[in-house]
Design a protein around this ligand. Structure first.
Ligand SMILES: [Zn+2]
Length: 146
């Protein structure tokens, strides 16, 4: 037969278990509510497994929230007001494997301009290197054949 003390301990444990279960239910309900709100306000779910590996400390807000939201920003090229949409963000982080702390900087037009400017700079740079090598070869060859 169980002692009164044992019985009291058992009852206390049961009460504690009920309390935990209830708290978990409340938490799940709140989580479900938040998810519904996120979806309703245009949020797009983050697929954490598709993100680029991240070595830095901490994580950006969209990882903490697990949702992308449309994000207004000012273009660094023309100062126009732009929106980086939740869908564009999902593509950038999960398909293009963009860095987790990188964000939109330019509007579409300025991004195109920036891309062609960079391509042109690269072409000129590579041309310069090629010319330099040619020059060096002309200069070095006579002595290196000795
Ligand atoms: Zn712009």
């Amino acid at each position: 037969m169980k002692s009164g003390k044992q019985r009291r301990i058992e009852l206390k444990a049961q009460k504690q278990a009920r309390k935990i279960k209830l708290a978990n239910q409340k938490l799940a309900a709140r989580e479900a509510m938040r998810e519904a709100e996120n979806l309703a306000s245009g949020g797009v779910i983050v697929d954490l497994s598709a993100l680029a590996p991240n070595n830095s400390y901490g994580e950006p807000d969209f990882v903490k929230r697990k949702y992308y939201f449309d994000q207004p920003f000012i273009c660094a090229g023309c100062n126009s007001q732009e929106v980086w949409t939740a869908v564009q963000q999902k593509w950038w982080y999960e398909v293009a494997k963009g860095g987790l702390f990188s964000t939109a900087k330019f509007c579409r037009t300025c991004r195109r301009q920036e891309q062609s400017r960079r391509a042109e700079a690269r072409r000129i740079h590579l041309e310069g290197i090629a010319k330099k090598r040619q020059g060096n070869r002309l200069f070095i060859n006579p002595s290196s054949t000795l």
